[in-house]
Design a protein around this ligand. Structure first.
Ligand code: NAP
Length: 493
């Protein structure tokens, strides 16, 4: 087969064999790509368990980072974080360091693999935001018994993921994109994805755009998965939904993924290192092989991608050479024999499972500067502050104490909430209190400048009674509150 990229040299690709079954599934995939006639300059690099054990806390050594920065394309096996080493996952580190903001997880009905959904023609892609949300990993113990994780969602992050979803739909000839959010509850964070989706959708008039609440999306995926084409969603929602969708087509052995960034793209199976199967030549390499197929399409090598995908589908359809996860121990063949069968089927086309036609994926230009890109900048006013403080006293004592202490300052204690429910002034709520209080102070005269000196004076008064752990300014942007009300609160401020 001729190389389709139009250059005579081999294509540099970083390959990370990874841990457990990683070397076996990555090895099978490399072999098929090499045999498909594509000349890759594989640059093999370590990451994961062996690297943590060398004392490198990130699990990814400098030489691996340099290789990825140089090649921009990675075929990656699963990585483990051994117990007792490293606080952060090496996988998440790689995704974040190279800003691979989009995680594309396609699933389709696999011929020869019986599931409760067989015959329903499941064929969909989850496009998951990959670096923001609760997975930004910004966590703090607020009190000895109350933990907090910040859910950070940016307009820029939403724009990138929404455009990626529509572009995936176009590149694969798909007709619908569903945006799945929990915007009914998290109006500002999840709501930002919904708003951005609604703003960008008209740029893609050829594609139907629908919003769906994420819990209903999970329900619909189990009930009628064939109604979906592309689903775009936030990081944690996408993590959960995409494991669900992989189960619709036969499980983790069949779920490939691509981590897409503006400079780096990383291709890996959704599954982990399945350590109990490591080195036993029994594991199903399909998910990794399909990830390799996605890598080839990313490089514009559509013919080689189709050659491998078709041979894989022919092998699965044929049913004589399948791994133990599909047919059980008695009738199964090993990873190597399955890969040999795929090689033998090069050039054949499956009878039942057509391979989708793919166009190049048009990735939007991305800035790496900190700007909002919003023009003109909205008019901003600070109308008060939320002070989070700790106390084991009842709500009424906390409230009355604070009201006494702020005497003479230009603030009113508008309310106190406990885990988001208003508990002061008392309103009959049956809230089970914890020692973590959000105390909302609003300016009595909105024109008063709420500068750092005034915040300091307020904090000194609060601290005199209760330890505080953090402060949030209450902004309005163009007159719209940039903060939510608590459950049971009337007006925002
Ligand atoms: P896992 O490695 O995905 O394995 C869970 C189970 O899924 C296996 O025991 C096996 O099920 C099945 N399975 C997974 N891959 C398969 C394949 N290719 N063929 C057939 N069956 C397959 O999940 P885990 O045991 O939770 O995680 C193990 C390690 O991997 C952990 O250290 C975890 O942190 C890491 N991990 C890494 C990544 C990544 O690098 N992206 C992702 C997930 C997990 P049966 O037991 O039923 O046969």
């Amino acid at each position: 087969m001729e190389q389709e990229q139009g250059t005579s040299g081999a294509i540099p690709v970083t390959v990370i064999p990874g841990d457990g079954i990683g070397p076996e599934v990555v090895g099978a995939t490399r072999r098929l790509i090499d045999e498909a006639g594509v000349r890759m300059a594989w640059d093999e690099q370590p990451a994961g368990a062996s690297v943590f054990r060398r004392g490198i806390a990130s699990g990814v050594p400098q030489e691996t980072l340099e290789s990825i920065a140089r090649t921009g394309v990675v075929l990656k096996g699963p990585l483990e974080t051994p117990v007792g080493y490293g606080e952060k996952s090496a996988n998440v580190t790689l995704r974040k360091l190279f800003e691979t903001y989009g995680n594309i997880r396609p699933v389709r009905e696999i011929p020869g693999v019986r599931t409760p959904y067989s015959g329903r023609q499941v064929d969909l892609v989850v496009v998951r935001e990959n670096v923001e949300d609760l997975y930004a990993g910004i966590e703090h113990m607020q009190t000895p018994t109350v933990a907090q994780c910040l859910k950070l969602i940016s307009r820029k992050g939403c724009e990138k993921i929404v455009r990626l979803a529509f572009e995936v739909a176009r590149a694969e000839g798909r007709r619908k994109v569903h945006c799945a959010t929990k915007s009914n509850i998290m109006k500002l964070t999840e709501g930002l994805l919904k708003q951005t989706f609604e703003a960008i959708a008209p740029e893609y008039p050829d594609i139907e755009a629908h919003h769906i609440i994420v819990d209903n999306c999970a329900h619909q995926l189990v009930k009628a998965p064939e109604q979906f084409d592309v689903i775009v969603t936030t990081n944690m929602n996408g993590d959960i939904l995409s494991d669900l969708t992989s189960a619709l087509v036969g499980g983790l052995g069949f779920a490939p993924s691509a981590n897409i960034g503006h400079a780096v793209a990383m291709f890996e199976a959704v599954h982990g290192s399945a350590p109990k199967y490591a080195g036993r030549d029994v594991i199903n390499p399909t998910a990794m092989i399909l990830s390799g197929v996605m890598l080839l399409r990313h490089l514009g090598l559509f013919e080689a991608a189709a050659l491998i995908e078709q041979a894989l589908l022919v092998t699965l359809e044929d049913g004589r050479f399948l791994t133990r996860d599909v047919v059980g121990d008695a009738r199964s063949v090993g990873t190597t024999a399955f890969t040999n069968a795929i090689l033998d089927n090069f050039g054949r086309t499956p009878a039942r499972a057509a391979v989708r036609r793919h166009q190049p994926l048009n990735l939007a230009a991305v800035t790496t500067t900190a700007g909002t890109g919003q023009a003109p900048a909205p008019a901003r006013t600070v109308v008060g502050v939320d002070v989070f403080c700790e106390s084991e006293q009842p709500a009424e004592v906390v409230g009355r104490t604070l009201e006494e202490r702020i005497g003479g300052l230009p603030f009113t204690l508008k309310m106190i909430s406990n885990r988001g429910t208003k508990v002061y002034p008392p309103n009959g709520a049956m809230t089970d209190m914890v020692d973590h209080w959000r105390c909302r102070f609003v300016l009595t005269e909105p024109a008063t400048p709420l500068d750092a000196a005034l915040v300091h004076r307020l904090l000194e008064r609060v601290e005199g009674a209760f330890p505080w752990m953090h402060v949030e300014k209450l902004h309005t942007f163009d007159g719209h509150p940039g903060f939510t009300r608590s459950q049971g609160e009337d007006a925002a401020w």
